[in-house]
Structures are given as structure tokens and as C-alpha cells.
Design a protein around this ligand. Structure first.
Ligand SMILES: [Zn+2]
Length: 207
């Protein structure tokens, strides 16, 4: 499995392209300009199979529709994120970005759903709290998890938005993420990567 990172410097947001030797790819959280991702996919001769959203906040979905139209790949997001995705106020695009965004994913994901591409499997883990439909995408085989705005290096996602729930977020982090194998590398929606061992230590100290 190969992972390529694009950073949208305006919001310090991480967009990932994940692919393997079969040249099939997924893009997670397209917050950077679509042409940057498109150029990369073309240069590497990759076929985009799905556009995965860890959640619906504007900085993670800016290029989703354009990339979907360009590639024909469906947008996949948690069913629990539906109301946020279609409401520019709830997804914050009404306030933070010049263009209000409404999205209608082609595939709804539920907890435990597998995302398949090439020889890879990403497991959908529902981790609400930062937003109701927050999900993480986990590769058990490669010990890698994409955590969106749920878990970051030495900190966790904000819970001061409409529809956020701090207690729920904490519970998900302890019960669903910190129980993963310690060597699991965490690729968050903002900032540097970390791993579960390190975050276990940090969260033990805090609590
Ligand atoms: Zn967010």
C-alpha cells in the first residue's frame, strides 16, 4: 500500500491518495484543489475508485464533487453525516469558504463496511463526536488508520461545533481507536502522523 499526502496550506488540511501496485486508488478528504490530485493520478496512471470522506466539514470536501465528475468515482461518506453534507451552515462552507457546498454521496457507509480497491481493504469505523458521521478508515493488514478530525498527534478533534459531542468523541477514541495494535500508524486530517502506542501514552497521562 502506498500513501501520498497533499496538504492544503490554507487550512493545514491533509488529503491522502492511497493506492497499490494494481494502480487502483482512493482519495481521502479532498480538501486541496482538484487539479493537484488529478495531475498526480494522471502522472501515476492511477484509476480512482472512490472518494472517501472522514466527515463533512468544508475543508475536507472542497474538491470532492469536481474530482468525482472528473474521474467518475463515487463519493462515499457515513450515512450519519447526511444532514451535515447537505447543509452549508452545518458543514461550515457557508462561513468559511467563498462557495457554499452541498454534497450527495453516491455511497453511504456504515460502521464495519469495507472499502475495496486493488488488493486493499479499508474498514470503516464509525467514530462520531467531532461530527455525527465521523469515520476512520483502517487497514488492518498494513497497520494504518486515517482518522480525519477525530484523533491527531497528541490531541483530539474539536467538539465546539453544532452537532459535536465531546463525551461521544472521547468514548470512541478510547473504545475504538486506542484499542488498535500499538504499531498502527495514524494519519490525521491535520498535522503530522502519529501512532496508537504514542497516543495511548498521551491519553493515559491526560486522564
Ligand atoms: Zn472537521
Amino acid at each position: 500500500m502506498r500513501i501520498y499526502l497533499f496538504v492544503n496550506r490554507e487550512f493545514d488540511q491533509n488529503c491522502y491518495c492511497v493506492f497499490d501496485d494494481t494502480k487502483e486508488a482512493v482519495v481521502i478528504d479532498p480538501g486541496c484543489p482538484a487539479d493537484i490530485v488529478e495531475n498526480f493520478l494522471a502522472k501515476e496512471s492511477l484509476t480512482l475508485k472512490q472518494i472517501l470522506l472522514t466527515h463533512g466539514h468544508f475543508d475536507h470536501i472542497i474538491s470532492a464533487e469536481e474530482l468525482s465528475k472528473w474521474s467518475g468515482a463515487p463519493i462515499s461518506a457515513s450515512r450519519a453525516e447526511a444532514s451535515l453534507l447537505k447543509d452549508p451552515k452545518l458543514n461550515l462552507s457557508a462561513y468559511s469558504f467563498s462557495r457554499p457546498i452541498t454534497l450527495m454521496p453516491g455511497r453511504w457507509l456504515d460502521n464495519g463496511d469495507s472499502v475495496l480497491f486493488g488488493g486493499e481493504t479499508l474498514l470503516t469505523i464509525h467514530t462520531p463526536g467531532h461530527s455525527p458521521g465521523g469515520v476512520c478508515f483502517y487497514s488492518k493488514e498494513h497497520h494504518v488508520i486515517f482518522t480525519g478530525d477525530t484523533l491527531f498527534w497528541e490531541t483530539v478533534g474539536r467538539t465546539d461545533f453544532n452537532l459535536s459531542d465531546g463525551e461521544q468523541l472521547t468514548r470512541c477514541i478510547y473504545e475504538k481507536l486506542l484499542v488498535l495494535p500499538g504499531e498502527t500508524v495514524v494519519y490525521p486530517g491535520h498535522g503530522r502522523p502519529t501512532d496508537i502506542n504514542h497516543e495511548r501514552m498521551i491519553h493515559k497521562q491526560v486522564n
